[in-house]
Ligand binder design. Structure first.
Ligand code: 5AD
Ligand code: SF4
Length: 458
């Protein structure tokens, strides 16, 4: 790579789907001769890959744009190059040209389904700049298949762990959620296309693959033979035909946990004992008002069934407190479910009213201080459960895939089968380089609230 290649800086907000999209944007732009830089200061192109799920995440984008505006102004004043600023992802999809109206410093706006056209957009923006005009590019088309067709031609960033998007968008329309509007309707990629990407990852030495989708367990990709592939069948096929040592999938909807998929957890060795299965609330009244298409009883039955085939499975979930109309009694039902399930980890949020969603228009919104109190009570219990789960790992031997460097040069970090972060001090930087990327058996020697410490077993 020449030293005068253009530089790209991407900041990723939000979920794993955005992390995947960022990796694909890097692939696309590296193809165009860009190199990645870790700071916005020296970038030719800055992309903010944004999240719209809650108000806080969306507002953060605007404060970041404000800071970048100051940086750009300084660059111009100093006679330096002026960076192109692009806003991508779900805020871009939801707000479109409104972003440029509010923040004229933004040159390009594109959604989660159009980033494969980044090279064209960038060229058009550069051309406008050269002509002394303000680029005002907006591309927020929502059709998914063209993107994947185009991306499949590009190389895939090689690592030991990788995300592979197999499904996108959602047709469930939970009444609080922006995803059906920002990511579009449910779309399953074709079986052959998924396998083509899987084989590339496999050939590049990837050991752990995480199949991604907003509703990944609703996957129903068609094959060229006209057969429909479920997620369960796809996992089994990947386990049989690749060298992946670990297969994970996220995020799942409780209504799509089929018996076939539950059975996989007991039958396929590569399918990791970890399941993220959001229930959002423990109250039937609230899950109904959320339009979740399941009851608490069916959720609990799924948990029971999966524990029958995989007793050691680590369960994770998402919770929303203070959904409109949630009473103290409803919230206590959430606490009951949490105590019954006993989660290994979980994510919990205060309900955030999102523009255009049905729940935002309800007139029985819960007061902010009540939401905070409920969140604190819930998180105290979830933290206690996570700590207990981590403490119970001490003394056990488990395989860890060391795919990240730690705080010190001699530290490596990886994931246990149960998704816990495990770190090890290997003594020297050289030893760290030697063990990086390896899947090794480790003895867990201590536990913290969010991570474990391990040592090698000979
Ligand atoms: N307010 C709060 N939390 C939300 N989530 C989705 N929409 C909202 C909202 N409007 C949470 C849900 C979902 C996770 C990704 O984000 O728990 O599972
Ligand atoms: Fe949003 Fe519900 Fe779809 Fe999940 S299932 S993406 S919460 S609408």
């Amino acid at each position: 790579m020449t030293t005068d290649s253009k530089k790209l800086y991407i900041k990723t907000y939000g979920c794993q789907m955005n992390v995947y999209d960022t990796e694909r944007m890097v692939d696309v732009m590296v193809h165009e001769g860009y190199t990645v830089t870790e700071t916005p200061d020296d970038a030719d192109l800055i992309v903010l890959n944004t999240c719209h799920i809650r108000e806080k995440a969306a507002e953060k984008v605007y404060s970041d744009i404000g800071r970048l505006r100051v940086m750009k102004q300084k660059q111009v004043k100093n006679g330096g190059k002026e960076t192109l600023l692009a806003v991508g992802g779900c805020v871009a999809q939801a707000e479109g040209s409104e972003i440029q109206r509010r923040m004229p410093v933004v040159d390009m706006v594109f959604g989660p389904q159009t980033y494969h056209r980044l090279p064209e957009m960038t060229k058009a923006a550069d051309k406008a700049k050269q002509a002394g005009e303000r680029p005002r590019i907006v591309d927020t088309d929502l059709s998914v298949s063209e993107k994947f067709d185009s991306l499949s031609q590009k190389p895939i960033t090689p690592k030991k762990t990788a995300f592979l998007t197999i499904q996108e968008g959602c047709d469930k329309f939970c009444t609080y959620c922006v995803v059906p509007y920002t990511r579009g309707g449910e779309f399953s990629r074709r079986f052959e296309d998924v396998m083509q990407d899987a084989v590339k990852l496999n050939d590049a030495g990837v050991l752990e693959v995480t199949l991604l989708g907003q509703n990944v367990n609703a996957y129903h990709g068609m094959s060229a033979l006209g057969e429909e592939w479920s997620l369960a069948r796809l996992i089994r096929h990947l386990a049989d035909t690749t060298d992946f040592k670990r297969i994970r999938y996220t995020t799942s909807h409780p209504g799509d946990m089929t018996d076939e998929l539950i059975a996989i957890h007991g039958e396929v060795e590569q399918c990791m004992p970890y399941l993220h299965l959001p229930v959002q609330s423990g109250s039937d009244k609230i899950v109904k008002a959320m339009n979740r298409h399941h009851t608490i009883a069916t959720y609990m039955k799924t948990i029971e069934d999966i524990r029958k085939v995989r007793p050691d499975i680590a369960l994770s979930g998402d919770f929303i407190v203070g959904f409109p109309g949630e009473t103290d009694a409803d919230f206590q039902k959430t606490m009951d479910v949490v105590r019954q399930v006993n989660y290994a980890q979980a994510y919990s949020f205060m309900y955030s009213a999102r523009p255009g969603t049905p729940a935002a228009a309800q007139d029985d919104q819960v007061e902010s201080h009540v939401k905070s109190e409920r969140l604190a009570e819930l998180q105290a219990e979830l933290n206690r459960q996570q700590r207990a789960f981590n403490d119970a790992s001490v003394g056990k031997i488990m395989p860890v895939l060391l795919d990240r460097t730690g705080k010190e040069a001699s530290h490596l970090v990886g994931r246990s089968p149960y998704m816990q972060a495990v770190y090890v001090d290997v003594g020297t930087e050289e030893a760290a380089a030697q063990h990086f990327g390896k899947l090794v058996d480790m003895k867990i020697i201590s536990a913290g609230p969010r991570s474990l410490k391990g040592e090698f077993v000979n």
